[in-house]
Design a protein around this ligand. Sequence first.
Ligand code: ADP
Ligand code: MG
Length: 238
Amino acid sequence: MATLQLHDLVKRFGDTEVIKGVDLDVEDREFVVFVGPSGCGKSTLMRMIAGLESASEGDILIDGQRMNDVGPADRGLAMVFQSYALYPHMSVADNMGFSMRLAGVPKAERRAKVLEAARILQLEPLLERKPKALSGGQRQRVAIGRAIVRNPGIFLFDEPLSNLDAALRVQMRIELARLHEELDATMIYVTHDQIEAMTMADKIVVLHDGVVEQVGSPMALYHHPRNRFVAGFIGSPT
Ligand code: ADP
Ligand code: MG
């Protein structure tokens, strides 16, 4: 199981406060979507959860344990970015297994985990290919495979589909929903795409200028936006 709690989280870069006291509860196996305009702090918040940025104030709890001083590799999570650099000289299988190799996981176990991830992502026929011989969607699946092999309790996705064309985005959305079912993991997903948020989320978090404007189910936010900002993002026209 994997729950996440943020308590009064603040992030400053120099004198500029970009995350201004965020509280959030994410339940085990929940699919939570962060939405908000460019520059509102979505990526910074994700990087703080991942341990790639420190918190200036506040607490990050995973399964009730304070994580502020725990490194990214030991938080039990895995992050998939929009720009997912694969190693060009390595095969798909080696790209997916690389973090396990660094961690000293034995070869047979690495192979088993790569095969399992490849099965889930339908990458089996492509395991020996190099990244340059893959389509954009296939490369994005490899990047997701790299996260799956780590067996995280929490997946963090930061606009993972924004480099893909519209048809592929729809297909990947369906695949991610299936992945969520199959892996029984908690997922936090950043997008600026309203349809993605409405169709994928159990819970939507609307961010605006470093604060949470509203949290709720897609239907709750659609029918009862708290203010014009939320309405503009996902609400019904008022
Ligand atoms: P989003 O992902 O919602 O577009 P970001 O989290 O990337 O927003 O950025 C939020 C704000 O923090 C922006 O104003 C951005 O310029 C600023 N910011 C992000 N990273 C840094 C950094 N390393 N140093 C200074 N300012 C930063
Ligand atoms: Mg961002």
